[in-house]
Design a protein. Structure first.
Length: 262
């Protein structure tokens, strides 16, 4: 289903590094401050992300890529800015702490828009509709979320997958992990019985045939890029303008199809 799954799975073992990816021409980059964007680094759009989380963000051939990263690169280019990437913990990102501290301008990390998060974050317009899912070994007797009583279920801390498991599998033993990489390693080692998280990420774990999707959950989730709650009005508007342009000129669909087309 995912055209880049092999590269994504290889990227799971990649270590954290900070990279810069060239955006568009920077002749007008200095005007970003004048336009009220209040960038962390003049001439650059600094994005924070919890990496790896394929197919949305991962490292390949010394460069950060993925659906989120490709969109961020196009958005930065459209704003005549360079793109700089920092790898951060997801919980610190989704809580708003990283952005409030001024570590980056924007977060791109498959962040679901929720009322709770909107209390601490400013969101862009939605850019992706997502489902939750349950990943199990192919020989597992778990067929649905109803079979999780007494089972150990891996979830990523601070995610909507964790919340969904808490609300819909109250008799399961939830095991929190800081990232998908640790979750996947745990189910490979047999330390947990299942993983509950975003569908595209779990699909990437089914490629070798050892694991399968037991159930999908329609949650009406939408992802948004995140910015500081206060003082980011101009940046939110600029990002939304670029997102709209990418949809209008077909670039968004091209990027989407490269990761999600069947």
């Amino acid at each position: 289903m995912l055209s880049k799954k092999t590269a994504m799975l290889a990227a799971m073992a990649a270590g954290a590094l900070a990279l810069s990816a060239c955006g568009g021409g920077s002749d007008d980059a200095g005007s970003a401050e004048d336009n009220g964007l209040n960038l962390v680094s003049e001439g650059s759009l600094t994005v924070c992300s919890d990496i790896p989380y394929p197919p949305f963000e991962f490292e390949e051939n010394g460069e950060y890529t993925g659906f989120d990263m490709d969109l961020m690169r196009e958005i930065a280019s459209g704003m005549d800015l360079e793109l700089a990437v920092q790898d951060v913990d997801f919980n610190g990102l989704q809580s708003g702490a990283v952005l409030a501290a001024g570590q980056c301008d924007i977060g791109a990390s498959a962040v679901t828009i929720t009322e709770e998060r909107q209390a601490n974050l400013a969101f862009s317009d939605p850019y992706y509709d997502s489902l939750q899912s349950l990943l199990v070994p192919t020989d597992s007797d778990i067929a649905s979320i109803d079979d999780l009583a007494g089972k150990q279920v891996g979830v990523q801390q601070g995610t909507t997958g964790e919340t969904y498991a808490q609300e819909n599998a109250p008799e399961a033993e939830l095991v929190q992990f800081p990232s998908d990489a640790e979750m996947y390693a745990a189910i490979q080692a047999g330390n947990v019985d299942a993983l509950l998280q975003d569908l595209p990420v779990n699909i990437g774990h089914t490629e070798d045939g050892a694991f399968t999707i037991a159930e999908e959950f329609k949650t009406d989730e939408q992802y948004g890029f995140i910015m500081a709650k206060d003082g980011s009005e101009a940046l939110v508007a600029a990002v939304n303008e670029q997102l709209a342009a990418l949809r209008d000129n077909g670039t968004y669909q091209e990027i989407y199809d490269s990761y999600f087309a069947e």
